[in-house]
Design a protein around this ligand. Structure first.
Ligand code: ADP
Length: 397
């Protein structure tokens, strides 16, 4: 089984063999798509081989073709039982993981404007694979599914009602990660913890938080698109809507330019003027006020969002950190949690410094946990489930 996570500037692949749970064999990432230094990096978990090489200036389509040629040469696309895709948004109607159909493709194309950063490239990947292996089952998993049961009040946007009828509402994202975390939380801390009042904080290049009660999302920081919520690597997160006219009037900025600015030139990169990478910013913050301010704002806005999510839940029992930053950065977790003692959040410095699974004090009211997320595993499991309830490809033909 191959899992594919196609973004606007990267495509991540993982190869699994079917088992319960599926076993990962290979991991590959095509990065910096659309730049002169498009890079392919991979780790073969079976042999231990690991490599990273610049493969040239590739646009999204040629990067996808390059990657599929590469995987074809390495393992043979014909040996695959199925491919599973992470799809950013399934719109109002699609939520369960499912095989691609013509109707589903038509709906994804119809709602491509909902997620111009992700959906067009994800659709292109599906079509390139359809052309190469018409019989290869392709299954899609939606990042919005986890949030589809949010209460109406958390979904509705305060703009003229006609947009609601067009499907413009808070969808929320990082759903594959969140469903992994809730399952894992039940495993490490028990069903009681997983069904309590939980705030999940996914902090990577993209960042969002979700308020979860009874295992279900009741609110989340991202909105109609993944550009909303807390500041991220290059996305602004929530902004004053008045900026649209200000930028148009003062700089003649178009809607496309505004979109580009808030998705690719803002957040940590925008404030620091140097990088979106938290590790690099932490290295520079002592000498560069811009790096220090970027980190300070990031932590401050996430702290406020934890408060907002706790208010939506009516209290808090568990806080989970995940993503590249959430899993690996004690100092960011410490700064986010500073001042949240009033909520019952008290970190244990030693546990936090070692990225322990439980980083809060034993007698703290709120258990603060670090869980490494695994979106690919969620996709692989969904693909395995679908393959096992259907006749295999061989049996069907
Ligand atoms: P993506 O959202 O693209 O999957 P990740 O979840 O890998 O990205 O998160 C990338 C972010 O994690 C980067 O900002 C990186 O600097 C940060 N990060 C990774 N390791 C550390 C660390 N040890 N300390 C601080 N930040 C880290």
């Amino acid at each position: 089984m191959l899992t594919i996570n196609g973004g606007s500037s990267s495509i991540k692949l993982a190869l699994f063999t079917e088992a319960d749970p599926p076993v990962r064999r290979l991991r590959a990432k095509m990065d910096r798509i659309g730049r002169s230094d498009t890079t392919l990096a991979f780790t073969d978990l079976a042999s231990g081989e690991s490599q990273s090489k610049v493969v040239g200036d590739l646009d999204h389509r040629s990067a996808a073709t390059f990657l599929l040629d590469w995987i074809d040469e390495r393992i043979g696309l014909a040996t695959l039982a199925a491919v599973g895709h992470r799809i950013v948004n399934g719109g109002a109607h699609y939520r369960e993981p499912q095989p691609i159909t013509a109707e589903l493709m038509a709906e994804l194309k119809r709602i491509a404007t909902y997620a111009p950063e992700h959906l067009p490239s994800e659709i292109a990947l599906i079509e390139i694979l359809q052309a190469r292996g018409p019989d290869l089952p392709q299954i899609v998993c939606f990042d919005t599914a986890f949030h589809r049961d949010m209460p109406r009040v958390a979904k509705i946007l305060p703009i003229p009602r006609r947009y609601d009828a067009l499907g413009v509402e808070r969808y929320g994202f990082h759903g594959l990660s969140y469903s992994f975390l809730i399952e894992e939380l039940a495993r490490v801390a028990g069903e009681g913890a997983a069904s309590g009042r939980v705030v999940l904080a996914h902090l990577g290049n993209g960042a969002s938080l979700s308020a979860v009660r009874g295992g279900r999302s009741i609110d989340t920081t991202m909105g109609f698109t993944p550009a909303a919520g807390v500041p991220m690597g290059t996305r602004s997160g929530n902004l004053d809507p008045g900026l649209v006219l200000f930028c148009a009037r003062t700089e003649g900025m178009t809607a496309e330019q505004f979109h580009r600015m808030v998705n690719h030139e803002s957040g940590l990169l925008g404030i620091s003027e140097t990088t979106s990478d938290v590790r690099d910013l932490l290295d520079r913050e002592a000498d560069d006020i811009r790096a220090a301010e970027a980190i300070e704002l990031f932590c401050y806005e996430i702290r406020k969002s934890i408060g907002a999510m706790a208010a939506a839940l009516g209290g808090l029992d568990t806080l989970v950190f995940t993503g590249g930053i959430g899993e690996n950065s004690p100092v960011i977790r410490e700064r986010i949690c500073a001042g949240l003692g009033f909520l019952g959040i008290h970190l244990d410095a030693n546990r936090n410094d070692s990225n322990a699974p439980l980083v809060s004090e034993d007698d703290a009211q709120v258990a603060v946990r670090v869980i490494a997320t695994d979106e690919e595993m969620v996709i692989a499991k969904a693909v395995g489930n679908i393959l096992n309830r259907k006749p295999s490809r061989e049996a069907a033909t």
